[in-house]
Design a protein around this ligand. Structure first.
Ligand code: SF4
Length: 76
């Protein structure tokens, strides 16, 4: 599994991550910032999650393209 974290307080709601990797990221309806899709959330919040290795490439691409570099991945 891969641990993903979004530092939401610095998100600019640019939409790049959920357009690049909609399997994992989505727009929060209330504040428009990025969040982890419910099925992958961990830690009781919306900013962290555990995704399978099969989605690692998609998350890596989103992280690389995020203009403010606030998506981080950790292998577990
Ligand atoms: S790519 Fe980065 S700044 Fe843009 S919506 Fe996603 S987390 Fe926010």
């Amino acid at each position: 599994m891969v641990h993903v974290r979004i530092k939401r307080e610095d998100c600019t709601a640019c939409s790049t991550c959920w357009e690049t990797c909609p399997e994992v990221f989505e727009e929060n309806r209330d504040d428009s910032f990025s969040q982890i899709r419910e099925e992958f959330r961990s830690g009781g919040g919306i900013s962290e999650g555990e995704v399978p290795e099969s989605l690692k490439g998609c998350v890596e691409e989103a992280a690389a393209l995020c203009p403010v570099q606030i998506i981080s991945l950790t292998n577990e």
